[in-house]
Design a protein around this ligand. Structure first.
Ligand code: FEO
Length: 398
């Protein structure tokens, strides 16, 4: 368990999980591991903010009890009830069953439903304050849908620290603690993947919450998310970055995602890419075989792109499984402000491109071209048609 000073009487007790490769069951890939960050405030009052994931509960409570007499913890703040932050509560509360737990009403509901314990919950709302002594207090800020209904932020006055729960985090294991101490490109790659895959559908809530935070006009010296490294050098940089990501974010990129059977749809993808590049060499085109790429990395690529082309061969009058699964994912993630079109090669009936095109519309993409089909292996004429299709897609952004 990593125990480091954050500022003055605030410290972080974190499990740096270098081993983690999948999270949310098997739903989310975590190539760089993660961390579960809990925080301890030792002013006149001793306050614990959040805990760590259940597999590390014993290790966490042992480390916490070496740091502080557990019976001296005056209260606990639960910013969010998901098990990666609340999972140590059963182990901890065995020792201090009556200690008050401050959280939102939804958090109490979710904690009761997960742990079936009648702990001493105290529900709070935005603006509620709790003195911790030495002239400092905690201010609670509900942050519903960032990324769960129960989420809240907690702000510590005096030290000007924002404990932001999952927001502004990264699944990124590092012993370096601070964002300014790590390889920025590697860390921000994980931060954008985390945003695209976890926070993305809640963009309007992100914008509203950031506006609310800005209206409070309070100094923020440090932002402490519950995953990854902490922000202290220009800490609001990550808030500004979130504001950008939440506002229909796009780069000058086009992603061609495809699922191929006997290579025909792959040949189409390459020719479409050529057409895009011929029409606009500034576009960074990505050609992504859905069977060979990590689902969450593909989603991150969709998030970064201004447009996508989704292709599939037809089998059994339908699209292939990887294309269907990706369509399902991108619909759920509610991407907005992105253009799209569909394509695919076929041997017999060729329904996939039309189904993909309808699916893209249904998923909230602006479909800017009729679906393109090529029969069997694309010949020179079909390849030329693909290049023209790609060029026209590139021109749709002019
Ligand atoms: Fe890191 Fe929503 O839990």
């Amino acid at each position: 368990m990593k125990d480091v000073k954050v500022k003055n009487n605030v410290s972080m007790l974190a499990k740096i999980d270098w081993e983690l490769r999948h999270f949310h069951g098997e739903e989310l890939s975590t190539h760089k591991g993660s961390s579960y960050n809990a925080f301890l405030i030792q002013e006149e009052k001793t306050v614990l903010i959040d805990t760590v994931w259940k597999p590390f509960a014993k290790e966490f409570v042992d480390a916490l009890s070496r740091k502080v007499d557990l019976s001296k913890i005056d209260f606990i703040v639960a910013n969010h009830s998901e098990v990666d932050h609340s999972g140590s509560f059963p182990e901890l509360m065995r020792h201090i069953p009556d200690t008050p737990i401050y959280c939102t009403a939804s958090c109490e509901r979710f904690m009761r439903a997960q742990y079936h314990q009648n702990w001493n919950f105290k529900t709070v709302r935005t603006g509620d304050k709790l003195p911790v002594g030495n002239g400092k207090e905690l201010v609670f800020i509900e942050a519903s849908m960032l990324h769960w209904p129960d989420t809240m932020f907690t702000y510590l006055t005096g030290d000007n620290i924002l404990f932001s729960s999952d927001a502004f985090g990264q699944h990124f294991a590092s012993e370096m603690v601070w964002a300014d101490k790590v390889d920025y490109n590697v860390m921000i790659t994980e931060a954008i993947k985390y945003y695209a895959n976890i926070v993305g559908p809640f963009g309007p809530f992100v914008i509203k919450k950031i506006q609310e935070l800005q209206a409070l006009n309070v100094p923020v010296d440090i932002i402490c998310p519950d995953h990854g490294v902490l922000w202290r050098e220009n800490p609001l940089q990550i808030v500004e970055t979130y504001a950008k990501w939440a506002n229909q974010y796009k780069e000058n990129r086009i992603a061609i995602l495809y699922s191929t059977m006997w290579n025909g749809t792959h040949i189409m993808a390459e020719n479409i890419a050529k057409g895009i590049q011929e029409a606009d060499p500034t576009v960074d085109v990505q050609i992504i075989n859905l069977a060979h790429n990590d689902k969450n990395d593909v989603i991150t690529e969709v998030f970064r792109s201004k447009g996508i082309l989704l292709g599939s061969a037809t089998a059994n009058n339908n699209m292939l499984g990887e294309a269907a699964a990706m369509l399902c994912e991108i619909k759920a993630l509610k991407f907005r402000g992105k253009k799209a079109a569909a394509f695919g090669s076929y041997g017999w009936s060729g329904e996939a491109p039309k189904l993909l095109s309808e699916g893209l519309k249904d998923a909230g993409f602006e479909v800017v071209a009729d679906p393109l089909r090529a029969s069997w292996q694309p010949d020179e004429a079909a390849c030329a048609q693909c290049r023209e299709f790609g060029a026209n897609f590139a021109k749709a952004f002019a």
